[in-house]
Ligand binder design. Structure first.
Ligand code: G3I
Length: 340
């Protein structure tokens, strides 16, 4: 029979996959049960899914994912309490319906900031309160670093209205609601890039010095056939490990195309490309196993190539970034990751 990722990696770290609620039934569900011991919601636990209008919570899709994981003895990550994307507009409007970010009056800006941080605190207490016994790792903030923006902080509504206050409030609220047992992560992409990594490091260090409860760094790790190097991925985790933090690889996949290449390999992915992908996956996991003390889990952003965000990003085309193909069969990459 087929090996199981989570069984093969039992002595190393958790192995997981991002899913939609629909995937908790049918053939994909069977594959997940066989292969992974960790689950995250691809979209169902984002703010626009959970509280589309202020005060009206829609838990059904998120609950289905929690129920599936619990029924099958799998752990869960939460993605994500705070993000600049997939967040409903109501958070960022004042009582008169004006966009808070556009406010110029200093006194009104102070009032707006207070109101937004109050909303954030309420949101986080509600969500963490509901799932704290079921979910152990939490993305508290996602993608807040942007080296090209002023101060290296993404110029989101959150940042424009509260500065870095939202980050502090979010972690403190999550700890307050969830207690000491849940683990709190700051999650981002491109954390292998030295400029971005160092900016993230500086932010985390300042936050920790202020007593903000950050337990670890989530590295999305959307990589491709060439970039970034395995070494740079390890080096980044090492840096945060030295700060006393945990690391998790939170959204792993490997595009067949390098940055800015908009070509299409065609419906049938050539064998040599699948082989190249397998070698690179193998090299990455060799390094992760060797340095297993650096991380507590690897989450793939999907389980099989029939369902991946990359098939429409940056253009609609054939993609095959995961370990299982569109027919849910193990690919050469699966053999490379498990055959050691
Ligand atoms: O639910 C609506 C549906 O009602 C509508 O008919 C359909 C038409 O477009 O859209 C559906 O929403 C889509 C949603 O996925 C659910 O399928 C959105 O358009 C689409 O934008 C959204 O994409 C998600 C994306 O985040 C949004 O930013 C991807 O599935 C999801 O994989 C992706 O995940 C992100 C992580 O959260 C953060 N890191 C990067 C990662 C990849 O972009």
């Amino acid at each position: 029979g087929l090996l199981s990722l989570s069984a093969v990696y039992a002595d190393y770290f958790r192995m997981g996959a991002a899913i939609e609620p629909e995937q908790t039934e049918g053939r994909t569900a069977e594959l997940l049960k066989q292969q992974v011991n960790w689950i995250v919601a691809e979209n169902a636990m984002k703010p626009d899914a959970i509280e589309p209008a202020e005060g009206s919570f829609t838990w059904e899709r998120a609950d289905r994912i929690v129920a599936f994981a619990k029924a099958n003895g799998m752990g869960l990550r939460f993605h994500t309490l705070v993000w600049h994307s997939q967040t409903p507009e109501w958070f960022f409007r004042d009582e008169a319906g004006q966009a808070m970010a556009d406010e110029t009056d200093a006194k009104k800006r102070e009032t707006n900031k207070k109101l937004l941080l109050q909303r954030l605190d309420t949101y986080i207490s509600t969500v963490v309160g509901r799932y704290k016994h079921d979910i152990s790792s939490w993305d508290v903030v996602n993608e807040v670093i942007e080296p090209g923006d002023p101060e290296g902080m993404r110029a989101s509504n959150w940042y424009k209205i509260t500065g870095t206050g939202f980050i502090e409030t979010a972690f403190r609220a999550a700890r307050k609601a969830g207690g000491p047992d849940i683990k709190l992560y700051i999650n981002d992409y491109g954390t292998d890039n030295p400029v971005k990594r160092d900016r993230l490091y500086d932010l985390v260090k300042v936050m920790l010095e202020k007593g903000v409860p950050i337990d670890g760094v989530g590295h999305q790790t959307h990589i491709n056939l060439e970039y970034p190097s395995t070494q740079s991925i390890i080096e980044s985790m090492q840096k945060f490990h030295d700060l006393g933090l945990d690391n998790q690889i939170t959204e792993l996949d490997m595009s067949l195309y390098v940055y800015k290449d908009l070509s299409d390999v065609g419906a049938d992915v050539p064998g040599d490309i699948l082989q190249q992908q397998a070698e690179r996956y193998g090299e990455l996991f060799d390094a992760l196993r060797t340095r297993k003390e650096l991380l507590s889990g690897v989450m793939f952003w999907g389980i099989s190539d029939d369902h991946t965000w990359l098939s429409t990003f940056p253009v609609v085309r054939t993609e095959a970034p995961l370990l299982f193909d569109k027919q849910l069969q193990a690919k050469p990459a699966f053999q490379a990751v498990t055959g050691f």
